[in-house]
Design a protein around this ligand. Structure first.
Ligand SMILES: [Zn+2]
Length: 342
């Protein structure tokens, strides 16, 4: 891992892309704050195709300002991001997803990098950590946390008013969150969406300069969803995106399914056309306890996969590689919806 301490304008290069092309490996950046007794943590570009947080960080670093508190940043997936076309690859080919590696054993290259990041965080002892992502499909912005806690909600509220509380455990960085050092995931919206870079930029400003980032301001309202599940496809499932069933595929997903991201959809909404009803065996919907809860969320009628009840859908991807390698979408039951009003 390359380390830059209080980087000079020369070291930062002109553009975020030029910096990546110069560094070519995972990068740590440390910047002294106006007050030296507190440090804040930041991770971004954990997925190589999610650049909004990194662009915001670079834009701010180029201003040459001091943050209020010390800042320790990690930009891990530079090698994946650099594969042409730039910012296309979520993961370096044949490696594990970086955001599934923050759990021992740290046996491979991304695992060892995750361990190194956690060790550095133990040294620098940040008061909190933000992990800034984009979604791969079109989506509004939202935060994800692993348990309900006022400091989690406050950190997410620097960026947005939508919050998912997940009890799924996959090895994501946010799962290392503790009351002593809260860690939250921010999804700034789709990597291709116009507003996402600006959402990252505005939130980052608050994170860098606000005195207190861990108390929720009075009068703040957040939409909160609990107990999401993932719709996963087993290996070698054939998937396509189109506006009608594509012959030879196991499932064909409507091209614009991501328009439902963060919409509340009623029962009976089409998720995919299937080769036949036996495709159900290729689909997996497990809850946090590992129980198959497919029937609570989805139903198959003829050759159609439909929602089985009122759901909030999010992280719907329109990338077949991500649908296969990670999941097609997340869903939470509308009855798990709560409004936080302070
Ligand atoms: Zn991501």
């Amino acid at each position: 891992m390359k380390i830059l301490i209080n980087p000079s304008q020369e070291q930062l290069k002109e553009t975020p892309e030029m910096l990546l092309k110069t560094v070519r490996e995972p990068l740590m950046i440390y910047v002294d704050g106006l007050r030296q007794d507190i440090t804040r943590g930041l991770v971004t570009l954990l997925h190589g195709n999610e650049p909004s947080g990194f662009r915001a960080l670079h834009r701010w670093l180029k201003l040459g300002q001091k943050p209020l508190c010390n800042l320790v940043c990690f930009i891990p997936s530079i090698p994946a991001a650099l594969i042409e076309p730039l910012f296309k690859y979520r993961v370096y080919p044949d490696q594990r997803d970086m955001n599934r590696c923050f759990l021992p054993p740290y046996y491979d290259e991304p695992g060892q990098l995750a361990e190194e990041i956690l060790t550095q965080f133990q040294t620098y002892k940040p008061e909190c950590i933000l992990d800034i992502h984009n979604t791969s499909g079109h989506s509004p912005d939202f935060g994800v946390v692993t348990f309900e806690n006022p400091s989690h909600e406050a950190l997410v509220s620097l960026f947005c008013d939508r919050l998912i509380v997940t009890d799924l455990r996959l090895g994501a960085l946010m799962e290392t969150s503790t009351r002593r050092c809260p860690v939250v995931t921010i999804e700034c919206g789709g990597a291709q969406d116009d507003g996402s870079d600006e959402i990252a930029w505005n939130g980052l400003q608050k994170y860098l300069f606000q005195e207190d980032v861990m108390s929720l301001e009075a009068g703040h309202r957040m939409d909160l969803y609990r107990h999401p599940v993932r719709l996963e496809l087993i290996e070698n499932t054939k998937i396509a995106y189109s506006d009608s069933y594509v012959l030879g595929t196991d499932l064909t997903v409507p091209s614009a399914l991501d328009r439902y991201n963060f919409d509340t959809v009623e029962a009976g909404v089409l998720i995919a056309w299937l080769r036949g009803s036996d495709v159900e065996q290729s689909l997996r919907v497990n809850d946090a306890q590992g129980r198959n809860v497919f029937d609570d969320f989805f139903t198959i009628k003829g050759n159609q996969l439909l929602t089985a009840q009122r759901l909030k859908l999010f992280m719907i991807t329109t990338r077949p590689d991500i649908a296969l390698g990670d999941c097609l979408l997340y869903a939470a039951q509308e009855r798990e919806h709560a409004i936080l009003d302070t």
